[in-house]
Design a protein around this ligand. Sequence first.
Ligand SMILES: [Zn+2]
Length: 82
Amino acid sequence: MQCLLCSDEAVNITPCDYDGCGIRCPTCGEYLVAGSAWAQFHAASLDERRRAFQRASWVSGKLRRPTILVADLIDVPNRLLR
Ligand SMILES: [Zn+2]
């Protein structure tokens, strides 16, 4: 599969009990996208996704995988509601 942030070749690492998507990218590292944020994340541009990823990385620090949540997509217009 492709990385959702940079379109490099990436590996799906979604835990089997996880509601969302997990990615391991050689460039971006490992991250998760919460199921609740998925539709909005998917509709976002690459720039918007990267900003959300940066926000999630800042919140999670270096201890665990960043998880992109709805709150990280705060500056992404919610196109689904229009
Ligand atoms: Zn990537």
